[in-house]
Write a protein that binds this ligand. Structure first.
Ligand code: MTE
Length: 299
């Protein structure tokens, strides 16, 4: 078993790594249920993850339509095998990496993260995935690289939403290199131990738990290391509303609504709002990345 970072989160709703799950062990037939109890962590209460149904039916994936139910209705059209990811720019080994080859070299873990959307709803999701840093190290990051740019598949024949100019396609996102290398930043390939559903970004999507959900770009086909801050889809479409950093911050409101509270999906229409935490509850882990920065200016 390998703990990859300190389990020092205090809030019961925000769970760091709960268990380590070796993909090969799973393939060898060891059920997750037999792994779980041996890694009990008395210090941290287990949060209530959202149901599979909530997580897979209420989605944002504009390539399949802008309604929350559109991705679940339309994403079945997407072909995800074969799948390769081009890793290029400032790397030692640029090229097209086959998804299955990547996964076979990665340590797959379960991470239960709170997921906070800019529209002020949230979920708790048991992701399976690997650290983005491990993938970037496979490609070998050259010194001088400062940012990582990500791009989603752009395939109009399978993505009906691409017909509409709601965003500039393909969907693009970016992180600063230190954010990308942070151990909390993962590439998710599964949910609840099952392959990640297409509406959630199969076969591989980013998850950055201290940032608003739109940074979590889905169905990634290209990753580029660069020394310039890359464009991001939402910043390009509405720069006053969406900045490059997009850190969850209850003190910096979206121009059209407050970001100080959230409603966890699944609690019913009248479920109470809960206060949003700085950096979505991961302040101890990530605040240092932004020391000295004006978080209102760099929102
Ligand atoms: N990635 C792509 N390619 N296209 C999108 O429209 N929506 C983003 C993000 N990633 C989006 C995307 C937004 S706004 C959110 S809130 C999350 O995906 C939602 O992830 P989920 O459906 O797994 O909850």
């Amino acid at each position: 078993m390998a703990y990859r970072w300190n389990n020092n989160l205090k809030d019961a709703d925000v769970t760091p790594e709960k268990m380590f799950m070796n993909r090969r062990a799973l393939l060898a037939g060891m059920a997750a249920a037999t792994v779980l109890p041996s890694i009990s962590n008395a210090a941290v209460e287990t949060p209530e993850p959202n149901s599979w149904e909530d997580i897979t039916s209420y989605n944002n994936y504009y390539e399949f339509g802008t309604g929350k139910g559109d991705p679940a209705a339309n994403a079945h059209q997407l072909t995800i095998s074969p799948w390769s990811v081009r890793i290029d720019g400032m790397v030692d080994n640029p090229g097209d990496f086959d998804f299955n080859d990547i996964v076979s070299q990665m340590t797959i873990e379960e991470r239960i993260y709170r997921f906070r959307c800019v529209e002020a709803w949230s979920m708790v999701v048991p992701w399976n995935g690997f650290e983005l840093a491990d993938l970037l190290n496979l490609a070998g990051v050259k010194s001088g690289a400062k940012y990582v740019a990500f791009e989603t598949l752009n395939r109009p024949s399978e993505m009906p939403g691409l017909r509409y100019n709601v965003l500039d396609w393909p969907y693009v996102e970016g992180l600063r290199l230190d954010e990308a290398m942070h151990p909390l930043t993962i590439m998710a390939t599964g949910i609840y131990g099952r392959d990640i559903p297409k509406q959630n970004g199969a076969p591989m999507r980013l998850v950055v738990p201290w940032k608003y959900g739109y940074k979590s770009i889905k169905s990634i086909v290209r990753i580029t290391l660069t020394d310039k801050e890359p464009p991001t889809s939402w910043n390009r479409s509405q720069p006053s509303e969406y900045g490059f950093y997009s850190n969850v911050n209850p003190e910096v409101d979206h121009p059209r609504w407050s970001q100080s509270s959230e409603r966890k999906i699944g609690g019913g229409l009248f479920s109470k709002r809960i206060p949003t935490l700085m950096f979505n509850g991961y302040e101890d882990e990530v605040a240092g990345l932004y020391a000295g920065m004006d978080l209102e200016k760099y929102h």
